[in-house]
Design a protein around this ligand. Structure first.
Ligand code: SF4
Length: 340
């Protein structure tokens, strides 16, 4: 199994490097955690530029506090609902507190990632009419609440972490990574940071997402995420609006791919939609070839007309073999590295 463009990820698996969130937890920042929000953002920006300072606050604590403030009138994703979620006011995604619908050792992800300790959250920031996970993405009140400390302990067990320093792991049985997904993990950013503050396992963090986060949330993920496993769906805003109700899709998702790749490793998934090879697959793959040529791409054929897809004639059928061959041909012509 080759490391491809995931060299640092493999170094963590081999014990030669540390998961980013552990280093972030050790970095100290000289700031009063109760300071005004602008001051905290300034301290956060400064801390990203310098190695480490003296201070009473650790960088992960600072990120968590900033996430709490972003969450208080929610601007975690680009919908920027400003919903007071902690007071019971639901925003567009409907997510109040983080609810886990399932967590298990996933063996069906890309070979670089499995076995992957995958945590599925209820709710999503998108409304894809063909959602393949609609039972959980459209039901933000489903699932169960797992306190951050308990989730951290579950991660440590899955990673095979020891007590003590928590950095040793049993690579023969443990998960290779924690894979935060949903729905979408974005609505649960605060919970994920709270969990990692309690966690000690040297295990890479995979952010499995539609990449519709606000720029502030992307900044908070710097030093936390090891691998972005992204879902780049559409090549134009009209398809994104009609099929996922995701305004300004291309600008936001392209920006976040560039921000994410600047501070972490990445693998991009593209689910080929029936009838959307020219309007979506070709422009998405062309953008990747122009901007993120070193990133592995998984061109996926497993579309099924789920959820409300039957009401949309263009996507009310399975993908034809010829459409998938066309998609792969485009990727090969562009010289993209395809995931196994
Ligand atoms: S995560 Fe996004 S959709 Fe959900 S409440 Fe916050 S801003 Fe709204």
């Amino acid at each position: 199994m080759g490391s491809g463009t995931l060299g640092r990820y493999y170094s963590v698996l081999g014990g030669e490097a540390r998961a980013r969130y552990l280093s972030t937890k050790e970095a100290k920042v000289a700031v009063d955690i109760s300071a005004p929000t602008e001051e905290l953002w300034e301290a956060h920006a400064n801390a990203l530029r310098v190695e480490s300072e003296d201070g009473a606050v650790d960088m992960l604590e600072l990120k968590t506090e900033l996430a709490r403030r972003l969450h208080s009138k929610c601007e975690i994703c680009e919908r920027r609902c400003r919903a007071r979620r902690s007071e019971g006011e639901a925003g567009h995604c409907g997510v109040l507190e983080a609810r886990v619908t399932s967590e298990f050792l996933h063996t069906g992800e890309e070979p670089d990632l499995v076995p992957s300790y995958t945590v599925f959250f209820a709710g999503c920031t998108f409304e894809c009419v063909y959602c393949q996970n609609w039972e959980i993405s459209t039901r933000p009140r489903s699932g169960v609440v797992i306190p951050p400390l308990e989730m951290a302990q579950m991660i440590e067990r899955r990673a095979g972490a020891s007590g003590g320093s928590g950095l040793r792991r049993d690579r023969s049985t443990g998960a290779r990574n924690v894979n935060w997904v949903g729905g979408d993990p974005s609505s649960n950013l605060l919970y994920i940071l709270q969990t990692l503050r309690e966690c000690r396992a040297n295990i890479p963090q995979v952010w499995n997402s539609n990449m519709y986060l606000s720029e502030e949330s992307m900044t908070l993920l710097e030093g936390v995420v090891d691998v972005y496993l992204t879902d780049f769906k559409y090549g134009n805003d009209a398809c994104a609006s009609s099929l996922s109700n995701a305004p300004d899709y291309l600008r936001i998702v392209a920006r976040n791919h560039l921000l994410g790749r600047a501070h972490a490793e990445m693998m991009i998934r593209h689910l080929v939609l029936p009838g959307h090879v020219e309007c979506c697959t070709r422009p998405v793959l062309t953008w990747i070839a122009s901007n993120l040529k070193d990133v592995k791409v998984n061109v996926m054929a497993q579309y099924r007309p789920e959820h409300m897809a039957r009401a949309h004639p263009d996507i009310s059928r399975r993908l034809r073999a010829s459409e998938y061959e066309d998609a792969i041909g485009i990727a090969e012509d562009l010289g993209l590295e395809l995931a196994d």
